[in-house]
Design a protein around this ligand. Structure first.
Ligand code: NAP
Ligand code: HSE
Length: 429
């Protein structure tokens, strides 16, 4: 029986699930690979003493060269995470003739181009489906199944931890810190969860998706990022009054030969397909010039859902190996489109502010908006104790730089006590 030998770099949440899935569906894989057996022959870890359930101890090593320089190994799966060590091991493995599968969005969003080009140079495949949206096959959907289209918009809930947190905060009125601990216990959050709640994890993923959708390399540094730490239950209550919810979205848009790529909490109408995607689920909404729009929904984090994407990449590489396909085209970025500055992007905005409750307040604020070309869509006012009031103002579609200068002017008005939050909104009300 022919065997394909695999080296696993990392044996944590994802690594252990990859091992389990290969056992669970072994017979199916044998059938679809014409009898070729997939065998994990070595697994790199930090700590040999850690309890790892069903993983045989003799497979474990702390020496990376047992894998990346091992002549027997055909394919290396990197599920360590982080950037510097992962990049070092992946590039050395490519140079040693291994195909690569990685779940590492941190690395692919910053050094993806270099790694994919190295793969091309050595005729080795580099696949990274698990790096975005866990179980959802979004990379292969855009790269292969929708390649007949020009994609014009990608909008996704692509961080499971923050979706889980926002869902629980809204439904159970719990604090962000409390729900974050639960997300950590369930294995959803990153080792450093600030990258989840500050939006960086989603930014890495939307950079990867924008690069594939628009054939233009987008790196983490090109993405505008705001996280969820300033969202309060008050914003949620107002969002409900506008028949909307609040989601952390990664958004990439192609228009007039320029692209914009951003991550921020967004008011989303309840009628939008993404609005009902809750808990740890991820979803990606796409627009293209032939299919119109479509939405994919699935589990965005957790061991087996992520292993599902890793092992599918593995099967597709082995199918190509079976067919002796040598030519690979890992990197599909060939355009040099302009990436817009955030100041030049256009959105609807939601302003919530505490003001002094007296006459002419509203007119002063309306003047500040008008003098910056910001048109108001609607206003809600609620009386607060101690001679204060809360104002919620929704704007029409306006340029970010106009919104920013209106915001500064309003902040300096003597009748405005505090601007509590400014959020973007995806749609008219
Ligand atoms: P994890 O549970 O922290 O596992 C990391 C593994 O790598 C551990 O086995 C650890 O060894 C090993 N490791 C770390 N540094 C090492 C080093 N310097 N040398 C040798 N081994 C080292 O991480 P994970 O959640 O499985 O995530 C792995 C990757 O998948 C990351 O890139 C992550 O962003 C990505 N990802 C994760 C999810 C998810 O839901 N968890 C979803 C999608 C993508 P020890 O076990 O000995 O400590
Ligand atoms: N921390 C990530 C999330 C894991 O919550 O989506 C999956 O990439």
């Amino acid at each position: 029986m022919k065997k394909i030998k695999i080296g696993l770099l990392g044996c944590g949440t994802v690594g252990q699930s990859v091992y389990k899935l290969l056992k669970l569906n072994r017979n199916k894989y044998l059938a679809i690979l014409d009898g070729v057996e997939l065998e994990i022959v070595k697994i790199l870890v930090n700590d040999l003493e850690k309890d790892r359930d069903s993983i045989p101890g003799e497979l474990l090593t702390t020496n990376p060269h047992d894998i990346i320089a091992n002549k027997e190994i055909d394919i290396v799966i990197e599920v360590i995470g982080g950037t510097s060590i992962a990049e070092e091991y992946i590039t050395e493995a490519i140079r040693n003739g291994k195909h690569i599968i990685t779940a590492n969005k941190d690395l692919m969003a910053t050094r993806g181009q270099e790694i994919l080009e190295l793969g091309n140079e050595y005729f080795k495949e580099v696949k990274y489906e698990a790096s975005v949206a866990g179980a959802i096959p979004i990379i292969s959907t855009i790269k292969d199944n929708l390649q007949s289209n020009q994609i014009t918009k990608v909008m996704g809930i692509i961080n499971g931890t923050t979706n889980f947190i926002l869902t629980k905060m809204f439904a159970e009125r719990r604090s962000l810190e409390d729900v974050l601990q639960e997300a950590k216990d369930l294995g959803y959050a990153e080792a450093d969860p600030t990258s989840d709640i500050e939006g960086l994890d989603a930014a890495r993923k939307i950079a990867i998706l924008a690069s594939i959708a628009f054939s233009r390399r987008v790196k983490l540094e090109n993405v505008y990022v705001e996280g969820i730490t300033k969202i309060s239950v008050d914003d949620v209550n107002y969002a409900r009054q506008f028949k909307s919810t609040i989601k952390l979205l990664g958004i990439a848009i192609l228009k007039d030969d320029a692209i914009e790529v951003r991550v921020h909490p967004t008011l989303l109408p309840l009628s939008h397909p993404l609005a009902k995607v809750d808990d740890v689920y991820n979803a990606v909404y796409l627009e293209g010039n032939a299919f119109g729009d479509l939405t994919l929904i699935g589990k965005g984090a957790g061991g087996l859902p992520t292993a599902s994407a890793v092992v599918s990449d593995l099967l597709s590489i082995v199918k190509n190996m079976n067919k002796d396909i040598l030519k690979v085209q890992n990197c599909s970025c060939y355009l040099d489109l302009l990436i817009k500055k955030i100041e030049d992007t256009i959105s609807h905005y939601y302003f919530r502010m505490v003001v002094v409750d007296k006459t002419r307040v509203l007119s002063k604020i309306a003047d500040a908006f008008a003098s910056n070309n910001v048109s108001i869509d609607s206003v809600i006012q609620r009386k607060l104790p101690d001679g204060k009031a809360e104002l919620v103002i929704l704007t029409d579609r306006v340029l970010n730089k106009n919104m920013q200068s209106a915001r500064e002017q309003i902040e300096n008005l003597d009748v405005v006590i505090e601007i509590k939050s400014v959020l973007r909104s995806e749609k008219e009300y």
